[in-house]
Design a protein around this ligand. Structure first.
Ligand code: ADP
Length: 237
């Protein structure tokens, strides 16, 4: 679905990403781990089209988006990619429902349809009772759930999350990871998550380690296969 080819990025003399190659498939949770300064956020921003590499290709469904002009890139991003940041970045003057609906309205959906879809998403993330609350009237975990619903409003195939639980306590953190896992199964979305938090590896399909601007490990997590010995199998012969 997304392929990063030979990505390089420097800030002045500082080489932040060195010849990165990465394939991001459909319906997987990928976590990117590594020490501070390894280049994780820069990689996420380039993969998510928020930043451009100095060289290399960012291929979405066979098309290199690196050469897209700003307006085309913004439109593409709005319609195909979701983002969740450490700090929810909800607009304080709007309700949860309005915040979630906003990217759909920007994409051209009528306000009434966008609000209806936002309400459905808030139901899915467990905030049926908080739709008309403003961000200041919600807990940290609720605000982050709202931000997740907002990331999903335009039916993205991929959501990029940068330290999505970085400002939450362990209870809310676990709830957010369970929710991401549920959304992946329910909606078939890929999540790419930068984190320092090793507990997320429990929910991940693939763990990528970065160091000094390079991918040092890119390992699928072996899923536990549960064999149910109590099934009522019928003999066919
Ligand atoms: P990580 O997410 O792994 O902590 P980052 O991708 O945020 O790493 O940053 C990698 C390196 O690039 C760091 O040394 C950081 O200071 C530097 N860096 C990131 N963004 C900029 C920028 N806009 N200008 C200059 N240096 C930057």
């Amino acid at each position: 679905m997304i392929e990063l080819q030979n990505i390089n990025k420097s800030y002045g003399n500082l080489k932040v990403l060195s010849d990165i190659n990465l394939k991001i498939g459909e319906n997987e949770i990928i976590t990117i781990l590594g020490p501070s300064g390894a280049g994780k956020t820069t990689l996420l921003q380039i993969a998510g089209t928020l930043d451009t590499p100095d060289s290399g290709h960012v291929i979405y469904d066979g098309e290199d988006i690196v050469g897209f002009k700003d307006a085309r890139l913004s439109r593409y991003r709005n319609r195909n990619i979701g983002f969740i940041f450490q700090f929810h970045q909800l607009l304080q003057e709007f309700s949860a429902c309005e915040n979630v609906a906003l990217p759909a309205m920007i994409a051209g959906m009528s306000k009434s349809k966008a609000m209806q879809k936002a309400a459905e998403l808030l139901d899915i993330v467990g905030l049926s009772e908080r739709k008309s609350h403003k961000p200041t009237e919600m807990s940290g975990g609720e605000r982050q759930r709202t931000a997740i619903a907002r990331a999903l409003i335009n039916n993205p195939k991929v959501v990029f999350a940068d330290e999505p639980t970085g400002s939450l306590d362990s209870h809310n953190r676990d709830e957010i990871y369970s929710l991401i896992s549920k959304l992946k199964s329910m909606l078939g979305i890929t999540f790419v998550i930068v984190t320092h938090d090793l507990t997320i590896t429990e929910f991940a399909d693939r763990i990528i380690h970065m160091e000094d601007g390079k991918i040092t490990d890119n390992t699928p997590v072996e899923q536990e296969i549960i064999i149910n010995t109590d099934t009522d199998c019928q003999e066919t012969v």
